[in-house]
Write a protein that binds this ligand. Structure first.
Ligand code: ADP
Ligand code: MG
Length: 693
């Protein structure tokens, strides 16, 4: 009977100590599969001895010869050189700051083997701190038969230990039949998992090392493919479950919709009309909507949320609207009060700070169905919150929530086997590569147009040494032209370690230098009443200038603010800078954003700032961000769940995605047992309980 690799216990490895098992377990290696899925980072070719004449700069190679000269001298540090000759040519082995004891092993006339990267030295070719072995003619060092794997760090384990362990595991594979989860003949060049593992850990000396390093070897592809497949199958499974689930069919709103639109000082953009219709249609169905609404900052997503909410409310049901932060939730509360009070829709607010009697009141109003529109933070989905008849959940700024939380929330809304509809809104445009994988369980609507009369924000990057010039400009703009400005800092307090401006510091500096200007300070350590007070003052135009940390990053909407200065812009990511900048350019007045940076700028920081100077297009910026940083970071490594791949890399391996889609549909349809087994192998049950998802 073929066995699952994960069922082979570490204790089956010959002569393994309990201590070592414990160490491995601590590093997340719990069985032989985990061990064998810890893949080499790169390989070294120690299968042949190079004649020194054949070496060239940059090559990593092994040489062997007789020590003909030794030298110790001091140049900035203690240097010890060993000159080796293979009879025809010479190479220098260079060691820095080594002890006398170390040096005493090297004697003229002794034989030495060295493996290292060839460099240009002062007198000829050199290797710095090579791997070496001294030997005698009777006992020459072993020549390796395979390329030598170099593993990524695993705790304090040495490379030799890792090699030793994998050798033992591979030996077991030779005598055990391992369960193969891919049916044969799925794609050209398909090999079995057993073959793939053997090749990856011990490639023969004829294997093309550069194809291995580029992750394009069929053996590596075999594993990458299976992992991406697992994720795709997982999503197919969720989708299938979702299809079978029931939701409340909500008929189109006539009355409330008309009344809401009537009171707006503007009409919907074409893009808003289009996505509103997509959502409206979804909501009429008895299958739960799972829709992601993407729209750049300021594209008017909140109104779309309101329209969706109204459809549920007109049908007599409740809507929950969740924001990622208290500040943003409070902003939404203001907006919705404004819109919904007039059409007589009862709201409720659930924020973390709500305590005692007022909390009980709100919970009661939610439970007895009096409150129709419930706005809050994660607090909305705590156990003690009972909804009367929740039919729609709206989540703003999805990128703050991970896949797991998304699945978690689906469970929370469950009532009598009836799921609420879900609308997820994000201003972080998600590049296609990612939507096709991580978000493949969601339908997607895109607002690809900003409301009219917006002047694109003009962005400049200026070294922070010119800060006082900027201050003068701001002074004039605020006092004479009645403009409002944000001054964004990356830190709250001054930091000795980081060379970054703190909000408190800057606020003091500005207050000193800009008399007559009313300055407010906002940061994450203030309590939410204080924060709200400052925000309101700024909104009501009682403050000229708001010095703030990046807490205002998402969602804040104050159309009259048209200037933004961002300190230490070089420290922030593209997506974050774009989000911040999205706070301005919301009104008719021309808006300006100043990116202040500390010199010297790294190349990547320079690139980031120039992307921002040249574009206001969130999708373009997101694509650049993905290219520069990779998907894990964009979505927040911790929160991404499914994106924590063991082996695959969405950016690097995206060329495989079309192929994987095909294969996964085929396997899902024809091999249900394999489907479950593949998912189980790659997606940790602790992370995601897909059976309940
Ligand atoms: P975001 O998509 O970033 O959440 P908001 O929903 O906060 O954007 O909208 C930004 C601003 O644009 C708000 O002040 C909103 O009232 C306004 N707005 C929304 N739709 C339109 C429109 N069709 N025409 C003009 N202004 C609009
Ligand atoms: Mg918003």
């Amino acid at each position: 009977m073929p066995v699952f690799l994960s069922d082979i216990h570490l204790s089956s490895l010959p002569q393994i100590t309990n201590k070592l098992i414990e160490e491995l377990t601590q590093q997340g290696i719990k069985n032989v599969q985990d061990l064998l899925f810890h893949l080499p980072l790169r390989y070294e070719d120690r299968t042949r001895i190079y004649p020194i004449a054949k070496l060239y700069i940059g090559l990593s190679a092994a040489v062997q010869g007789k020590i003909i000269h030794l030298d110790t001298f001091f140049y900035k540090q203690k240097i010890f050189t060993v000159t080796v000759s293979d009879g025809k040519n010479e190479i220098v082995l260079r060691f820095l700051n080594v002890s006398d004891k170390f040096k005493n092993f090297f004697l003229k006339g002794k034989l030495v083997y060295a493996y290292g990267k060839v460099k240009q030295g002062y007198t000829g070719l050199e290797m710095v701190h090579p791997d070496y072995k001294l030997f005698t003619p009777q006992r020459t060092p072993n020549i390796q038969h395979n390329l030598t794997p170099i593993y990524p760090r695993l705790g304090n384990l040495k490379q030799t230990t890792l090699r030793n362990l994998t050798s033992k595991a591979l030996k077991i594979l030779k005598t055990t039949s391992v369960k193969e989860l891919l049916p044969v003949g799925l794609y050209d060049g398909q090999i079995t998992i057993t073959q793939a593992i053997h090749i990856i850990h011990r490639p023969s000396k004829y294997t093309n090392i550069s194809i291995l390093h580029k992750n394009k070897h069929p053996a590596k592809i075999r594993l990458i493919l299976e992992e991406l497949l697992a994720q795709n199958l997982f999503i197919l499974k969720i989708r299938h479950k979702n299809k079978k689930a029931t939701a409340i069919s909500l008929t189109r709103s006539v009355f409330l919709k008309k009344n809401l639109l009537k009171q707006l000082p503007f009409s919907l953009t074409n893009a808003q009309i289009k996505v509103a219709k997509e959502i409206e249609d979804d909501l009429t169905k008895t299958q739960p909507m799972m829709r992601l609404l993407q729209g750049d900052v300021g594209s008017g997503k909140t109104l779309i949320a309101a329209l969706a909410a109204i459809q549920a409310i007109e049908n007599g049901y409740q809507v929950a609207f969740m924001a990622p932060t208290e500040l943003l939730a409070e902003q939404h509360i203001i907006t919705f009060c404004n819109w919904f009070d007039r059409i007589n829709i009862k709201l409720s607010f659930l924020l973390g700070k709500l305590k005692g009697k007022s909390k009980i009141t709100e919970l009661t109003r939610i439970a007895n169905g009096e409150a129709k529109m419930i706005i809050g933070t994660q607090a909305l989905f705590q156990k003690h919150v009972k909804f009367y008849n929740l039919a729609l959940v709206i989540i703003d700024e999805q990128h703050r929530f991970g896949v797991h939380q998304r699945l978690e929330m689906r469970k929370k809304g469950l009532k009598y086997e009836i799921y609420p509809h879900k609308l997820i809104m994000t201003a972080t445009p998600i590049p296609r590569t990612l939507t096709m994988t991580i978000y493949a369980d969601l339908a997607i609507s895109i607002i690809d147009e900003l409301p009219p009369n917006r002047t694109p924000v003009q962005t400049v990057a200026i070294p922070s040494s010119k800060r006082s010039d900027i201050m003068k400009h701001i002074y004039k703009a605020c006092l004479n032209e009645e403009k409002q400005a944000y001054w964004i800092c990356t830190l709250i307090n001054d930091s000795k370690v980081l060379k970054a401006e703190s909000a408190i510091d800057i606020a003091n500096k500005l207050r000193k230098n800009l008399p007559n200007i009313k300055i407010g300070l906002l940061h994450g350590r203030m309590n939410s009443n204080e924060k709200q007070k400052i925000m309101n003052e700024f909104k009501d135009n009682k403050l000229h200038l708001l010095v703030s940390t990046t807490v205002i990053e998402v969602g804040v909407d104050i159309p009259n603010a048209s200037l933004m200065i961002i300190e230490n812009a070089e420290r922030l990511g593209l997506a974050q800078l774009h989000q911040l900048r999205g706070r301005i350019g919301r009104g008719k007045i021309a808006s300006y954003c100043v990116l202040l940076y500390h010199t010297p700028l790294s190349k990547i920081a320079k690139n980031r700032l120039s992307v921002l100077r040249n574009s206001n297009d969130g999708f373009f910026i997101a694509q650049k961000d993905l290219e520069m940083r990779g998907p894990g970071q964009i979505l927040g490594t911790k929160q991404t769940g499914l994106i924590d791949f063991k082996i695959a890399d969405l950016m690097r391996d995206q060329y495989l995605i079309p192929k994987i889609k095909k294969i996964s549909n085929y396997i899902y349809k024809n091999h249900p047992k394999n489907t479950t087994e593949i998912i189980n192998r790659w997606i940790s049950k602790n992370n995601v309980n897909y059976d309940k998802a």
